[in-house]
Write a protein that binds this ligand. Sequence first.
Ligand code: SAJ
Length: 419
Amino acid sequence: AEIAVIGLGYIGLPTAIMFANAGFRVIGYEIREKVVEKINSGKAHIIEPEIDELLRKAIESGNLKATSNPEEIREKDVYIICVQTPLKEDKTPNLSYLESAVETVAKAMKKGSLIIIESTVPPLTTVKMAELIEAITGLKPGEDFYMVHAPERVMPGRIFKELIYNSRIFGGITPESAELAEKLYRSFVKGQTFKTNSTVSEVVKLMENTFRDVNIALANEFAFLAHQYGINVFEAIELANTHPRVKIHVPGIGVGGHCLPKDPHLLVWPAKEDFGLIKLAREINDSMPLFTKDLLFEALRTINLPPEEAVVVILGLAYKGNSDDTRNSPAFAFMDAINEEVKEVRTYDPFVKGTHESIEDAVKGADAIVIATDHTAFKSLDWEELGKLMRNRILIDGRHIVEDPPKGFIFKGLGRGEY
Ligand code: SAJ
């Protein structure tokens, strides 16, 4: 079978490489011409373990080629769509990338093509996209072409391992569609594979990330309560988690990344009604940077320093520990919340370019440090030494990095109501 992969980003490029190295002839379609050139010269535009050698192998074998020319993806047997489905300003899904990818496919495909959507989409979208193809081509869904939602489930940093070993769901608009997709992916997937219909698979993907988001919101609400009762929520969570059926998540300054802040909105968006829990969880998680701001401003009050005179250092810009990815990072939401009100905001993140070169440089003459990312390296910092460089010594921990409050500091930890 000849395969066209539409969208060569974090998911599309690794998927194209896997199929090419499994022996298929693969053409990757990508509108960014610079990206196409780079890939064709054997270089990846994303950072991911193993990607450089696997891409080189795929290009050298002649099985993988990238293009921006829609003529080159005509009449393929299989189309795999891997484009982003972000939110608009008003938190409703922006399906324009998906729709334009589906239109491109509709114009290029032939009778009998199999179309697979890997993008995370609101429930019922795959069926609607099949109707869109029917409207453009006149071909009957399930009879003249096959269509499947096959959600990606990989974690950046482990993509090539997870592509092989994670289990996969194939949601077909017809059982035959799911069957064909499963057979195709079996060429490299060693995890379990499951077949269902496309709406179930859309909901499964969204439930996974919503489960995590709602659980984190619950942990964040516990943290909020801990401040009112004067206890350390992390001690309480550790003890509660000794119960065999309790597994409370980790509270913190917020929930970032390209999936968790978005997917719960996609899950409820097409519904006529819902109970409100999922949206409330989103609001709670989105409010955590503001809660962290309250902790900072409380600390500034205790030393009688007006916010407009304060120099604040944010430690960590990445959305999660040991990563350089800053998409939807709560560190930025926190920065936006204080930017106008304080004298100066500085940033330091060893993984993120454009921040201060060294932590010493960042904290020199500053009044407060706010920890926004759980990088492992932050756990071994010598706070008392850093404190010597500061004008005032306030430490706000938004990620439970600091075990014991350092001497000479005004310390406030998110969820640490005890101090
Ligand atoms: N976070 C907390 N408390 C926790 C866990 C996470 O505050 O207990 C925060 C993190 O700091 C981060 C955010 O949540 O800001 C999201 O991080 P994450 O590690 O939960 O997830 P992602 O976005 O890196 O990847 C998720 C994964 N989904 C699940 O674990 C259910 C991954 O398997 C998916 O493939 C990915 O979303 C995706 O692409 O959908």
